[in-house]
Write a new protein. Structure first.
Length: 315
C-alpha cells in the first residue's frame, strides 16, 4: 500500500515536471517568435479583418475617385468619381518625373546642396539625401520609393538652374520649374491637374483627376528603372555619399504587413492630411491592371478599397 502511494507520488511529480517543462518550452518559443506581444495579436486581427472586409466594393464610402483599368484590353472595368478633383499629394512626383524625363538623362549628375534642402517643407516624407552628387536616376528612385520630398526639390532645382544659369535663389529656381511644369501639363493634356508652387505635392491646394493620374502612371511604368524600384518593399542605391536603403511607402509590398499582396508590383502612394491616395499595378496570370484610389479617408481604407476591387472586379 505504501509502495503504491509512493509510486503515485512519483508519478504525480513526473507529470507535474513534464507540464512545467512543456510550459517553459512554450514560453521560450513564444518569447523568441514574438507571439507573446500584443502587437502580434493585433497584426493577426488586422489580417483576418482585412480578408473578411474586402469581399464587397463600396467606393462612395471608401474614396472620392476610384478606377480599375485593364491594361491589355485598354478599357476601364470600373470608373467612379469623374467630377472629383482630389488632393494630389505625393502623386505629384509622377508628373514631375514625367516632365523631367524630357529635360534630362538618367545618367546626368545632380549636385544636391543645403540651400535646396532647406526649402523642403517641415514634416515632409524624406529620402534623407545628404549634400553631394547623385544621378538623375537615383534622385527619381528617391522620389518613387520613400516618396522623398527632398529628392523632388533637388530635381526641380537642378533642371531650373540648368536652364536659367547661376545667380538666382533656390526659391526662384523652384518657382521657375513649377511655371514650366504647369505649361507642360497643359500641353500634354493633363488639364485637370494643378500642382501650383510645390514639386513634391506638399501644397494643400494641389489637385488632380483620375484620368491624369492613370495616364502618367501607365506612361512611367514603361520605363525599366521605374518597374525595378516601385515593385520592391525595400530598395538600395550606392552613392558617393554612401549607401541608401529605403522602405517603400506601398504596404502591399511588405510581407510583414496585413495588406501584403504578392501580385502587386507598385506603383505609388500619396498622403495629405486626411486624404489617402494609392496607384497600384496588379499583375496576375499574365494580365495587368491599374487600380487607382484617390482621397480615401484613411490609410487602411485605401488598401481595403483596392483589395475589394481585386476580390470583386478582377477576381
Amino acid at each position: 500500500m505504501k509502495e503504491n502511494r509512493k509510486y503515485k507520488k512519483i508519478k504525480i511529480i513526473m507529470v507535474f515536471t513534464t507540464v512545467l517543462l512543456i510550459a517553459f518550452v512554450a514560453v521560450v518559443g513564444l518569447y523568441k517568435t514574438g507571439i507573446y506581444r500584443f502587437d502580434f495579436f493585433k497584426d493577426v486581427y488586422k489580417k483576418i479583418d482585412f480578408q473578411l472586409s474586402t469581399n464587397e466594393l463600396n467606393i462612395p464610402q471608401d474614396a472620392l475617385s476610384f478606377s480599375v483599368y485593364d491594361i491589355e484590353q485598354g478599357e476601364y472595368l470600373f470608373y467612379e468619381g469623374d467630377s472629383q478633383l482630389p488632393t494630389v499629394a505625393s502623386l505629384a512626383k509622377l508628373f514631375v518625373i514625367d516632365y523631367a524625363l524630357t529635360k534630362v538623362n538618367l545618367e546626368d549628375v545632380i549636385e544636391v546642396n543645403q540651400e535646396v534642402l532647406d526649402l523642403v517643407p517641415a514634416g515632409s516624407s524624406l529620402a534623407n539625401l545628404k549634400v553631394g552628387k547623385y544621378t538623375v536616376k537615383e534622385i527619381m528612385e528617391a522620389m518613387l520609393v520613400p516618396s522623398g520630398n527632398d529628392a523632388a526639390y533637388s530635381l526641380a532645382y537642378y533642371i531650373a538652374k540648368n536652364e536659367l544659369g547661376e545667380g538666382y535663389t533656390a526659391t526662384e529656381y523652384i518657382n521657375y520649374f513649377m511655371t514650366e511644369l504647369s505649361e507642360y501639363l497643359i500641353e500634354e493634356g493633363y488639364s485637370k491637374t494643378n500642382l501650383y508652387n510645390d514639386p513634391s505635392g506638399a501644397a494643400m491646394s494641389a489637385d488632380t483627376h483620375l484620368d491624369d493620374i492613370n495616364r502618367v502612371a501607365l506612361k512611367l511604368y514603361n520605363y525599366d528603372f521605374v518597374k525595378e524600384c516601385v515593385g520592391k518593399s525595400t530598395f538600395s542605391i550606392q552613392t558617393p555619399q554612401g549607401e541608401f536603403t529605403w522602405k517603400n511607402t506601398n504596404k502591399f509590398l511588405d510581407k510583414k504587413s496585413p495588406y501584403y499582396n504578392e501580385n502587386v508590383k507598385g506603383i505609388k502612394t500619396g498622403t495629405m492630411a486626411s486624404s489617402y491616395n494609392i496607384v497600384v499595378l496588379y499583375k496576375k496570370d499574365g494580365k495587368e491592371y491599374l487600380i487607382t484610389c484617390l482621397a480615401s479617408l484613411s490609410d487602411e481604407g485605401r488598401y481595403k478599397a483596392v483589395q475589394s476591387a481585386i476580390n470583386t472586379i478582377i477576381k
